[in-house]
Design a protein around this ligand. Sequence first.
Ligand code: FES
Length: 307
Amino acid sequence: MQPHDQHPHVPGPSLWPVGFAVGVVVLLIGLIVSWYVAGLGAVIALAFAFLWVRDLTTGTALVDAPDVEAEHAAAAASLLPADGGEPATPPAERYPRSKFLEASTLGLGAVIGGLVTVPALGFMVAPAFLKQGQKDHDIGPLTDYPEGTFVIATWMSDKSQGEVSRRTAFVRYNGLLGSQPSYTIISNHCAHLGCPVQPNGPLDDKNTKQLADVTLIPTVSIAGFGCPCHGGQYDTEGNRTAGPPVRALDRYSFSIRNGRLFIGKPFSVSHVEGTGSAAKIHKWTLAFPGEHVNGLESWLYPIQPPH
Ligand code: FES
């Protein structure tokens, strides 16, 4: 009896793992540069993972796989006794162990990887997305903001955290825009590395007002804002005029309720055209200090959680 030909059951070369790896790479790059790129990477990775798993489970990637039925027939024939008597018992149906082992190894690896990675990733990322909202804050009656001059307003964004949550903004009433009051509210965070910028001009300290947790310090006449850390300079609209800052100063949105001014969410500004109520503000999602918000350079910065 001649042993029948033993063809190895070896998976043939497949491009699906390569596509899957490319998708993962695009996904990781996307986590740095853009949610859109991350989404594209996820779609690519999922599509190729699906094709890969389908290959493994259907066996379409096997190359030169032997015809199992023909092999069995040949094996059965080889077991016929020479004298034409009863055939010996045919070999049992062979189970494709290679496929089973591949699928179970991948499945177990995915489960173990998920069990190890997901909780750690959750604990690492989730806090950045929790309790990051900023509530509107009452910074006093409209009458405390004279037209055309800046008032330095400081307030506690979270009283439970105390003074560490104190924020500062430069607030100027611009007069009416149509029938609506117009305010310029500029953040004191330098757009270079976040140092507190100062008004370039004298303060009217004698007329400082304290309203609960809000302090209002009028200025006399300021020519812009300056940063004490590295010499960044800004004009009275917050546009960068000198030094290392990469954009204009951030601003705050505002609302008016019952004759009082409420400060809202901060946002970033690339630059401002015009002045006062006629200013055209080029507004962007709040970015960290030092980050470009537009142009090619803005692609070099990682995605940020809400802050
Ligand atoms: S932090 Fe303001 S210029 Fe550097």
